[in-house]
Design a protein around this ligand. Structure first.
Ligand code: G6Q
Length: 545
């Protein structure tokens, strides 16, 4: 083994071998047995940081496992890599870029110079412009072309330019201006656009075209459709009053007809899925106001500071990421269900799907060699209690073990009788049943007929983390998102992969453009089409008529 191999391959570290041995020794030991056997567990497996509490007592781990995971982090230089990221090192190796979403929420005067550029001054400059604009829209000082106040904002973007703003708008709706309507259009399916514009008055609508590149097929098609809608009603001159852009591409923004004075920039060191706190969050800022947005940024920053400075053994994102590595690589768990017990967080699982799977769904290491171990898990989920009445059956009794993140918001912004207690009772009940289960003896002791006993046994032993925040004010949402961001970073650093590129999504886009040419020509003769695709094109052309 060369030292390069050892540096690239986590399985060659002593801690990896130690963890494998610990996993073998724990085989057959249930979470319930671990909890019953260690009354101190609560003290050693629950942590708090930046207002977020992470309770890992229901994970299938012992304090020894956590200690070995921390050694793995050390042997993998995770914290050194974290410091490199925070200092603007080009840790996105395949794109040769810095990864600096943390700079987006650093307080003014943070004095970070990267690649010769004063990053913090740039960030504050854009934030100030966004704030002035958001205030103008909210106060009515910014008017549409016919002098009417803006009452609706339509954000057009996709992927990282949609999921964050759409998730955040729902999550922070309680803090939003209720006199305004916010809609989010992402899909190239024309239905998305048509339904989003339904009932809106172009004279009172502001369209935000959110696209880092300003070339994305879906976004540009939808932006042109919205442009036609506005121009059809108000004339060509209305474009500059009804469209603003969030982009890094001034040239294309201008060509679209948007005044670059109304363009809010960001930088190539902000990855799409890490951009909800950049100017991509303009719709969020208009919805909750600049002060609310600053509170959101402060929450992100509080978790950044925690990640940067808390000791490893009490560092939430580090520990959460390491537990994910344990579940994935040593317990062989392939999926994580995100189960927010908060209706406001109903799009949070979708948001996390991109953050986690686009970041860590990789199968080559930084040095280009194939990984010989599992990387990113599948993330999915739905808010509780709804999920309980649908897919939880599989979580409880299916043959696939799914790790669960149960997210609890302690205080409701909408108290209604004791419904909040009902909600939290359900969250904690699920966390308990998933992890502790119910044995056949316990089921039988309830007087269950013998034939039914095996059907009612709950195997338990599903690893569960309970993540709790006091309330869902913007600060808490920021801290929660940053927790997952840094957990994703930690996993990627252990695995030695590039968590910040996304080459796997490129080829499909290119192939689609080729097929689009065929569909426009109405022909399936293209020799580059593979057999099944040619047949599907023919079937589609016949059905389309
Ligand atoms: C995220 C990805 C991707 C991106 C979209 C939209 O990390 O890069 O989801 O955000 O493809 O790209 P544009 O903002 O350039 O339109």
């Amino acid at each position: 083994m060369t030292s390069n191999q050892a540096a690239a391959d986590p399985t060659l570290t002593p801690a990896w071998a130690e963890l494998a041995a610990l996993a073998a020794a724990l085989d057959g030991t249930t979470i319930r047995a671990l909890c019953e056997g260690d009354p101190q567990r609560l003290d050693s497996l629950a942590w708090t940081g930046a207002g977020v509490s992470l309770d890992a007592t229901r994970q299938r781990v012992t304090p020894d496992v956590v200690a070995a995971l921390l050694r793995l982090a050390q042997e993998r230089d995770v914290l050194a890599r974290r410091d490199q990221m925070l200092a603007g090192g080009h840790i996105n190796v395949t794109e040769d870029r810095a990864v600096l979403h943390t700079a987006l929420r650093a307080p003014a005067g943070s004095a970070l110079v990267v690649d010769g550029q004063d990053v913090s001054a740039d960030v504050q400059d854009v934030l100030a412009r966004m704030s002035a604009f958001a205030d103008d829209v909210r106060s009515g000082a910014w008017m549409g072309a016919s002098g009417q106040r803006i009452s609706a904002v339509v954000n057009i973007g996709i992927g990282g330019s949609d999921l964050g703003p759409a998730m955040a708008y729902l999550a922070l709706r309680h803090f939003s201006d209720r006199d305004m309507t916010f809609r989010f259009v992402s899909n190239v399916d024309p239905t998305d656009m048509v339904e989003a514009l339904h009932g809106l008055d172009p004279a009172e609508t502001l369209v935000i075209v959110a696209s880092k590149t300003f070339t994305t097929l879906e976004t540009m098609s939808n932006a042109h459709a919205a442009r036609d809608w506005v121009v059809g009603a108000l004339g060509e001159d209305a474009v500059s009053r009804h469209f603003v852009a969030v982009s890094t591409n001034a040239e294309l923004v201008e060509r679209f007809g948007i005044d670059t004075a109304n363009m809010f920039g960001f930088w190539d060191w902000v990855g799409g899925r890490y951009s909800m706190d950049s100017s991509i969050g303009l719709s969020t800022m208009i919805a909750i106001g600049p002060a609310g947005f600053r509170d959101l940024l402060a929450g992100f920053h509080a978790m950044d500071v925690h990640f940067a400075s808390a000791p490893a053994e009490a560092n939430l994102p580090l520990l959460m990421g390491l537990l994910a590595v344990w579940n994935r690589n040593f317990l062989g768990i392939q999926m994580t269900a995100v189960l927010p017990y908060s209706q406001y967080l109903s799009r949070f699982p979708a948001y996390l799907q991109q953050l986690t799977m686009e970041s860590n769904g990789k199968s080559v290491r930084l040095d280009g060699a194939p990984v010989g171990y599992d990387t990113g898990a599948v993330f999915w989920g739905e808010p509780g209690t709804n999920g309980q009445h649908s897919f939880y059956q599989l979580l409880h009794q299916g043959t696939t073990t799914v790790a669960c993140d149960v997210i609890v918001v302690a205080r409701s912004d909408n108290p209604l009788g004791d419904q909040q207690d009902m909600l939290v009772a359900n969250a904690l009940a699920q966390a308990s049943v998933l992890s502790m289960g119910r044995t056949s003896a316990e089921v039988a002791a309830d007087g269950t007929p013998a034939a039914l006993v095996p059907h009612k046994v709950m195997p338990g032993n599903r690893p569960v983390s309970v993540i709790m925040v006091e309330s869902l004010r913007p600060h808490a949402l920021g801290a929660l998102v940053a927790l997952y961001e840094h957990s994703v970073f930690t996993q990627g650093a252990v695995w030695g992969i590039d968590s910040f590129d996304q080459w796997g999504v490129e080829l499909g886009k290119k192939v689609a453009m080729g097929i689009l040419g065929d569909l426009r020509a109405g022909s399936a003769d293209d020799p580059v089409l593979d057999g099944p695709t040619r047949a599907s094109v023919e079937r589609y052309l016949a059905m389309r008529g």
